[in-house]
Design a binder for this molecule. Structure first.
Ligand SMILES: *Cc1c(COP(=O)(O)O)cnc(C)c1O
Length: 403
């Protein structure tokens, strides 16, 4: 009898009791809107912003309705408008080019390397060829490129960097928290990210003018003085009648749920990384399979795991997906001919008129992905790795024999 995994790849842990208690308190007093405060009260949302700014070392923080909203808001605040070109890595998730499209801007895609980070040589080429002044850098699946080299390229070319940290909340590069290298860092607090409020987003920056714009954009009316991680009211004087209100605020219920989770983040990261290292160990030296090299400067959050099947044809990868699925292991294949679930590729974003990116195509063709929810135990992960290892080995040996 071959082993079978019976766990669920999309099952979260319950929220911590402190989150449940805080949510109940908000529901009992009824003041869910962030500006609905009792005299002298700091709203849960304002408190969350102060705490997230402290956690990341940023001067300012704004909580918003989603990660995608944070990206669009960040670009608008940075002055990106209709028709402007925005550089972005081709290996990312649909909300990233979607955020660019939401402001009528045009994505300029950059190739990805086999280590799943933005290709810095191609970035330099695309900056020169496009004249784009903004890079929306997505740390897709938590893989962080050499941020010092990237910032050197962008600074030299006058390109502003907005970081999509949906998969890197709690991660860092050379000791600097992810989201703190560029001008603005954006995070998601959606259920499948590193803290869970169902939906939600956070945006951080040290730039007072940018943050004042972002606060006004998010729908602050003239209540911006109720933000405790925003610049002083003077920063809003010149802007308050100029910047449109594009409502996307966070509410106190979500903020209340998130605050205890932020306090637990480091411990959760350690747990994710034990699961991730379990996958790495279980698949070490598996013939036919290439693991992704994690650079020394990167402190990552292993909330998902990727591996590559270089030189495999599509039929054999399809067979692997089926065989693993039959044993309870859900592999997502980024190279599948039709997008399924979250695995769309740049070629399926027709509105963005994507060019062909041969290096990215070659990587994605054999790119496999699986989530590692914290509801998994280390034994679960060891079992998953054994199943993948057995199926990869058997298909790889069959291929070698038939060659
Ligand atoms: C989830 C995600 C987003 C958007 O976050 P939402 O909160 O779902 O809008 C952006 N980028 C990446 C890479 C994501 O995975």
């Amino acid at each position: 009898m071959s082993e079978r995994f019976t766990g669920n790849f999309t099952q979260q842990e319950p929220l911590p009791q402190a989150s449940i208690d805080a949510a109940l308190a908000v529901m009992q007093h009824g003041r869910l809107h962030r500006y609905n405060t009792a005299p002298g009260e700091q709203s849960e949302t304002a408190a969350l912003e102060v705490e997230f700014a402290a956690l990341t070392g940023a001067r300012y923080c704004l909580a918003v309705a989603s990660g995608g909203y944070a990206l669009g808001c960040a670009m608008r605040a940075a002055g990106v408008g209709p028709g402007d070109k925005v550089l972005t890595n081709a290996f990312t998730l649909a909300p990233v080019p979607g955020a660019i499209a939401s402001i009528g801007a045009v994505p300029v895609f950059v190739e990805v390397t086999p280590d799943l980070v933005i290709d810095l040589d191609h970035l330099a080429e695309q900056i020169a060829a496009s004249g784009a002044r903004v890079l929306l850098l997505s740390h897709m699946r938590g893989h962080i490129c050499d941020m010092d080299a990237l910032m050197a390229i962008c600074d030299a070319a006058g390109v502003q960097v907005i970081e999509d940290c949906a998969h890197t909340m709690g991660a860092s590069w050379n000791g600097v928290p992810s989201g703190r290298h560029g001008l603005i860092g954006c995070y998601s607090t959606q259920t499948y990210k590193h803290v869970n409020s169902g939906e939600g987003g956070l945006l951080i920056t040290d730039d007072a003018n940018l943050m004042a714009r972002a606060v006004l954009l998010s729908g602050s009316y003239m209540l911006y003085d109720r933000h405790d991680a925003a610049p002083r009211p003077e920063a809003f004087e010149e802007l308050r009648l100029e910047v449109p209100n594009i409502s996307g605020r966070m509410d106190n219920l979500r903020a209340a749920i998130l605050r205890p989770q932020l306090r637990d983040l480091d411990g959760q990261v350690a747990r994710w990384n034990r699961l991730y290292r379990g996958m790495e160990d279980g698949l070490a030296d598996c013939p036919g399979l290439r693991q992704v090299t994690r650079p020394g400067g990167e402190r990552f959050v292993g909330s998902s795991y990727q591996f590559l099947l270089p030189d495999w044809d599509a039929e054999r990868i399809g067979a692997l997906v089926e065989r693993c699925a039959a044993r309870g292991v859900e592999l997502k294949w980024f190279g599948a001919p039709v997008p399924r679930g979250y695995t769309s590729t740049y070629a399926s974003w027709h509105y963005a008129a994507p060019p062909t990116l041969p290096r990215t195509d070659a990587v994605m063709a054999g790119l496999m992905d699986l989530r590692l929810p914290l509801s998994f135990s280390e034994d679960d992960v060891a079992l998953i790795a054994r199943i993948i290892r057995a199926e990869v080995s058997s298909l790889w040996q069959a291929a070698a024999l038939s060659d």
